[in-house]
Write a protein that binds this ligand. Structure first.
Ligand SMILES: [Zn+2]
Length: 161
């Protein structure tokens, strides 16, 4: 005989299984270690929930935390989107540099640091936003200049005929 579904076992445990199915499911459970274990698990979970009810204040705190988290995430996404305009040329330069130099891994590490900075930003500090955006641009251009210095001459020498 095949095992009854998890739903059938749940209904058997809850006493909600249709009366014409109780006998067959029950007699199966008695000889099936897997279903016996599943039923014991249902009983254990049920006992845990009953013995440790979640206090309402804790539930409210969790809901508040979830709302705060989602609103912070929304703000971070919006902020990141607004940065994209200012940083677009820098990002383009990084992408171009990565494809040319085949050092995509180094760029990926830099982008991960951006993400950390974006998430870590204080939600309402706009000056901090600007400072971070400036930091991103400065940091990237510095790393680009640093990488290119060994390969090319200085701009002044390039301009000379
Ligand atoms: Zn079974």
């Amino acid at each position: 005989m095949t095992c009854p579904s998890q739903q059938d076992l749940q209904q058997l445990y809850d006493g909600e299984l249709p009366s014409d199915q109780i006998a067959s499911v029950q007699s199966h459970v008695e000889v099936c270690p897997a279903c016996t274990a599943a039923l014991a698990e249902l009983r254990m979970i049920s006992d845990l929930v009953r013995s440790a009810p979640l206090p309402e204040p804790a539930l409210l705190a969790i809901q508040r935390w979830q709302r705060t988290l989602s609103s912070v995430q929304e703000r971070s996404v919006r902020r990141l989107a607004s940065w994209m305009t200012a940083a677009a040329s820098v990002v383009l330069a990084v992408s171009l540099y990565a494809s040319l130099s085949n050092q995509a891994r180094a760029s990926a590490i830099t982008l991960a640091e951006w993400e950390t900075a974006v998430i870590g930003i204080d939600a309402d500090a706009t000056t901090s936003d600007q400072a971070t955006a400036q930091w991103i641009a400065t940091d990237l251009s510095r790393s680009l200049v640093g990488q290119n210095q060994s390969q090319s001459a200085s701009p002044r020498q390039n301009e000379a005929p």
